[in-house]
Unconditional design. Structure first.
Ligand code: GAR
Length: 204
């Protein structure tokens, strides 16, 4: 059984779909939900499910990313995870952290990578006149939002969409995509998947 830690910064809706899926015959179990913000709504939701939670507040380490990550590492090491899922975790991780957990960190990003790494993805897609948007789950490497893509789901951009309406439509797909990718990843299957509205299908 793989041990999975989930890192969050906010409401944790993706975290909830991941931990909700990690039951029964799932090859992983949640061992820790960790937030860099003490007020992250997801912490209480995880605790209510009996999942151990922890906070490493980045504001306790002003201008010292190294010290923040050293503490993050110390807490994570106690959870001894095989897989770390970033789920709305809004801190950039340095190569030192990424190398420590190389090949074990996944992230969900609200764009069809390689388009729109970074922030404000939906506004940028609308602004560019794109006809579709979506989300990607990828392995985390030293390149921001640039690691190998493990799965994507697409949604149309509709006339009159705002970044809020588009974000809400993409989030529904995030909740389908991330658990599907995690399940396969925990089984050792890193072939990327594309979710269609009907069913998921391997690319190769
Ligand atoms: C999600 O839309 C996720 O893709 C995004 O933050 C949201 C978190 O929502 N992540 C990023 O933008 C990472 N750069 P949640 O807390 O409800 O899962």
């Amino acid at each position: 059984m793989k041990r999975c830690a989930v890192l969050i910064s906010g409401g944790g809706s993706n975290m909830m779909t991941l931990v909700g899926d990690m039951t029964g015959d799932h090859p992983a179990r949640p061992v820790l939900v960790l937030s860099n913000r003490p007020d992250a709504g997801g912490l209480a939701k995880a605790a209510a499910l009996g999942i151990p939670t922890a906070v490493v507040d980045h504001r306790d380490f002003p201008k010292d990313r190294e010290a923040f990550e050293a503490e993050l590492n110390a807490v994570l090491e106690r959870g001894d995870p095989d897989i770390i899922c970033l789920a709305g975790f809004m801190r950039v991780l340095t190569p030192v952290f990424v190398d420590r957990w190389a090949g074990r960190i996944l992230n969900i990003h609200p764009s069809l990578l390689p388009k729109y790494p970074g922030l404000n993805t939906h506004a940028r897609a609308i602004q560019a006149g794109d006809k579709e948007a979506g989300c990607s789950v990828h392995e985390v490497t030293d390149v921001l939002d640039g690691g190998p893509i493990l799965g994507q789901a697409r949604v149309p951009i509709l006339e009159g969409d705002t970044s809020e309406t588009l974000a809400a439509r993409v989030l529904i797909e995030e909740h389908r995509l991330y658990p599907a990718v995690l399940r396969r990843f925990a089984e050792g299957d890193r072939r990327p998947i594309v979710l269609s509205t009907a069913a998921e299908s391997p690319i190769n």
